[in-house]
Design a protein around this ligand. Structure first.
Ligand code: PAF
Length: 283
């Protein structure tokens, strides 16, 4: 496995690989890797001749400077994990490599970036779009792999690729959970022992809500999740919305959706740490 820090060297290495007829798969990350990331890397390595992983904590997508400063950085440990997961090249650029000049582009991503995460993290998805479009341009992958935990991000990236007419295939990979149901996230390592013990209530509430869903109204399901979260003093619900999986428009009743079904998206503060998760409802 090679570790490459500059765009120029990465492009040279990829040109050679492409000339030899290799297909290129790509997993963009911000590092602090866990089993969730490794599941993307393993799938990418199994489906592509060459698996490229980027580790870049993208300043453009953080609307809170404290969040950017405290984002975990564990590059050495990340590289060791990537080697055994089948990664061929890790790209670890400095900020100037990705943004040699201020990136002033604004992408037309419609209402997808105005709801949920977009409402609470203004500018976040424009920042994600900037880095992902730049990385796709540098790497030129056939396929890129993203986790379904960031459900809204996935919808935004599909829209971005569509708007820019890029030919990269976007592959959605299942959420990987701890044994107690907590969705794996790089942020989990910032939880205190008490917060870590409280955090699984998020998925417990979501799972329970899915059991209620067939016989309860959508409003009752939303109210149930709100009440379940309120019963855990270390958790503070930021939002829970049940939305259409493609448009991300909030649903008021199950009948507002179509065969695509519905997805419940949640953001919760556990102490200072902001966690997100989601669950699919079948109707
Ligand atoms: O999901 C993430 O880790 C990031 O948002 C991504 C896609 C790597 C862009 O920085």
């Amino acid at each position: 496995m090679k570790i490459i820090n500059t765009v120029k060297r990465l492009r040279c290495a990829l040109d050679e690989m492409r000339a030899a007829g290799n297909s290129i798969g790509f997993v963009p990350t911000m590092g602090a890797l866990h089993e969730g990331h490794l599941s993307l890397v393993k799938q990418c390595a199994a489906e592509s001749d060459v698996c490229i992983v980027s580790i870049f904590v993208n300043p453009a997508q953080f609307n809170d400077p404290k969040d950017l400063a405290s984002y975990p950085r564990t590059v050495e440990a990340d590289c060791a994990m990537l080697e055994s997961a089948g990664c061929s090249i890790v790209f670890v650029p400095a900020v100037e490599e990705i943004y040699p000049a201020p990136d002033l582009r604004e992408f037309d991503l419609g209402s997808l970036v105005e709801v949920m995460e977009g409402r609470f993290r203004p500018g976040h998805f424009q920042g994600v779009a900037k880095v992902v479009s730049r990385l796709f341009d540098i790497v030129g992958p056939c396929r890129a792999y993203f986790g379904l935990k960031d459900f809204q991000q996935l919808a935004v990236i599909r829209r971005l690729v569509d708007r820019l007419g890029m030919s990269v295939g976007i592959v959605a990979c299942p959420i990987v959970r701890e044994a107690d149901g907590l969705a794996m996230s790089s942020r989990n390592m910032r939880l205190s022992a008490e917060e870590r013990a409280a955090a699984p209530e998020i998925f417990r509430a979501l799972r329970h809500s899915r059991e209620l869903a067939p016989s309860s109204s959508l409003a009752d399901v939303v109210a149930f999740v709100g009440a379940a979260l309120a019963s855990e003093p270390l958790l503070r619900l930021e939002y829970f919305e049940i939305v259409h999986p493609v448009t991300l428009m909030p649903l008021r009743a199950w009948s507002d959706s179509d065969e695509a079904g519905a997805v419940g998206c949640i953001a919760v503060y556990c102490g200072e740490v902001r966690l997100i998760d989601n669950i699919t409802y079948r109707n």
